[in-house]
Design a protein around this ligand. Structure first.
Ligand code: FAD
Ligand code: DHB
Length: 393
């Protein structure tokens, strides 16, 4: 089966679906090819924090209704270290900006619903995806769907297929440079049935390792522990998990997290990765296919959204007759923002985690840094403006 579209998009994650939606708003047609089922993408628990700019973008393009109703606006975060808790306020440091806790799979549900209502061509459960001729004028994507060999020819291919996709691997080696840093620890994430332990997220440094208290709803909480990357979720009983949270999160005034049954556990590896440039010929990468950040800054989903915004704008300029200069500058424009988020995520990660072999000296220096960040207006402003998200310019 052969068909044709303007932009062929591989991957129905936040980057691919948002790009498809933004293109539709500009009258540009796309086909989205996704190897998983709709139920799988809408049911996978991942990120939860949306920057102000991401919320504004989603709202501007008609995706803000449920987000405004069900998302939770947060005006600050708490940094906990050495038994004490300090708050960084966002609106007062950033001209009124804040973040919104609204899970990634809810963003995806809103996007899929909107795309299908607009009659979009979304193909779930495809396999054997491969790219053809991206360095020529007429690229194509081959794939199998419902047992049939298919090929979609297009003007451009958007590689939005995440860390393990095929698009990045289609760029010949020597054309783009992978830059990478791995961390000697992972995050163990849990979801539990309990009321919120705190009105705002708590990022905690402890000598036994990092802990994070986040939330999903008044009855479901999201929490993370720093663990060894080899750790297996099945080796952690609920008792062991709660005991570790109580220890790491303890304060001088006897604070303790609200406990409840744990119904989801996952170990997530941590890595910083950037591919430079993010484009080759008529193939443009967006989101995790081009870059990965450690989760400490809550930037992964937000970068997928800003890439989609930049790429959508450059493609719209092309189809309006503005030539290909915006497309040629896509990677440079996206990477300027990506690298600042990389820097912030790396900084948050190194300030808040215990490094293997890390001694008392390192711990004391981390405590001093947290003390400084939460007592200097200049330093708190720097954290706040990065956390709520740098402008998409
Ligand atoms: P993805 O969301 O990965 O979407 C890519 C899509 O492409 C997927 O649906 C995939 O099935 C599909 N695909 C892959 N290969 C193919 C193929 N060959 N053919 C067709 N389709 C394909 N970020 C945070 O900021 N905070 C967090 O707490 C956080 N937690 C995370 C937890 C986990 C377990 C993971 C894996 C990531 C987490 N992230 C987190 C990162 C964040 O979720 C990602 O940055 C975000 O999903 C990136 O969006 P994307 O659209 O670029 O890629
Ligand atoms: C969540 C994830 C993050 O990476 C983070 O920094 C804050 C919150 C979350 O899943 O809620």
């Amino acid at each position: 089966m052969k068909h044709r579209t303007q932009v062929g998009i591989v991957g129905a994650g936040p980057a691919g679906l948002l790009l498809s939606h933004l293109l539709h708003k500009q009258g540009i047609e796309s086909v989205v090819l996704e190897c998983r089922t709709r139920e799988q993408i809408e049911g996978t628990i991942r990120a939860g924090v949306l920057e102000q700019g991401t919320v504004d973008l989603l709202t501007r393009v008609g995706l803000g209704e449920r987000l405004a109703r069900e998302g939770f606006a947060h005006d600050g975060i708490l940094l906990r270290f050495h038994g004490r808790t300090r708050r960084v306020d966002f609106p007062s440091q950033t001209g009124g900006k804040r973040v919104t806790v609204y899970p990634q799979h809810e963003v995806l549900r809103d996007l899929v619903k909107a795309r299908l209502a607009d009659g979009a061509d979304l193909r779930f459960g495809v396999n054997a995806v491969s790219l053809r001729g991206v360095d020529g004028e007429r690229p194509a994507i081959r794939y199998r769907h419902d047992g049939e060999d298919c090929e979609v020819s297009c003007d451009f291919v958007a590689g939005c297929d995440g860390t393990h996709g095929v698009c990045r691997a289609s760029i010949p080696s020597g054309i783009a440079t992978p830059l990478e840093r791995t961390y000697p620890f992972a995050w163990f994430g849990v979801l539990c049935e309990a009321p919120p332990s705190s009105p705002e997220l708590i990022y905690c440094l402890h000598e036994r390792g990092f802990a994070l208290v986040s939330t999903r709803s008044p009855t479901v909480q999201r929490m993370y522990l720093q663990v060894d990357p080899e750790e297996r979720a099945c080796d952690w009983s609920d008792d062991r998990i709660w005991s570790e949270f109580r220890t790491r999160l303890a304060t001088d005034d006897g604070w303790a997290p609200k406990e409840g049954p744990i119904f989801h556990k996952v170990v997530v590896g941590m890595r910083s990765f950037v591919l430079e440039p993010m484009q080759h010929g008529r193939l443009f990468l967006a989101g995790d296919s081009a870059h990965v950040v450690p989760p400490t800054g809550a930037k992964g989903l937000n970068l997928a959204a800003s890439d989609a915004y930049y790429l959508g704008g450059a493609l719209a300029a092309f189809y309006r007759g503005g030539g290909s200069s915006a497309l040629e500058r896509y990677s440079e424009r996206a990477l300027a923002r990506v690298w600042k988020a990389q820097r912030f995520s790396m900084w948050m990660t190194s300030m808040l985690h215990r490094f293997p072999g890390g001694d008392r000296f390192q711990y004391r220096a981390q405590v001093a840094e947290l003390d400084y960040v939460t007592s200097s207006k200049a330093a708190a402003t720097a954290l706040a403006e990065n956390y709520v998200g740098l402008p998409m310019n």
